[in-house]
Design a binder for this molecule. Structure first.
Ligand code: RB5
Length: 143
């Protein structure tokens, strides 16, 4: 399974620790940046990640910025993206089980790295429940 990952400067530290964690677990990781803690604009990495998920170049994505909101709102501009913000493991479970989020977004300035790992593991290990949730997801795209 191939995971795309991105962050802005606020999420860089957690991203640089999460990449080897995922690789150790056997995932292939494609890193879309950023590559340092220098201030940058989150859309510059969020759009390339979204396009990779939409094209199927990666199976899913993980994105982090300070609050998570900049990443989430940018990613969700893409029709093929369901980016869900999670700051705890139960939300991480539900954002897959109910929303089938294909990009997990986390708020790096508001949670610990330990929590980032725990949410990521939960989200990756949780299956989508389908059924009524699929019906709801089908109604999400703009008509
Ligand atoms: C960067 O200061 C901050 O604005 C960004 O990481 C994010 O929280 C935006 O939504």
């Amino acid at each position: 399974m191939k995971i795309g990952i991105c962050s802005d400067h606020a999420g860089y530290d957690y991203k640089s620790r999460l990449v080897p964690y995922l690789q150790k677990k056997g995932y292939e990781v494609v890193d879309f940046g950023t590559d340092s803690t220098d201030s940058m604009d989150y859309p510059d990495v969020a759009h390339p990640l979204a396009e990779a998920v939409e094209k199927g170049a990666v199976d899913c994505g993980i994105a982090m910025c300070g609050t998570g909101n900049g990443m989430a709102l940018t990613l969700n501009k893409h029709q093929g993206i369901r980016a869900g913000l999670a700051w705890g493991t139960e939300i991480g479970r539900l954002v897959k089980a109910h929303n089938n989020a294909n990009v997990l977004v986390m708020p790096a300035r508001f949670i610990s790295y330990r929590m980032v790992q725990a949410i990521t593991k939960t989200w990756l290990d949780t299956p989508f429940e389908g059924g009524r949730h699929q019906r709801r997801i089908d109604k999400v795209p703009c008509r």
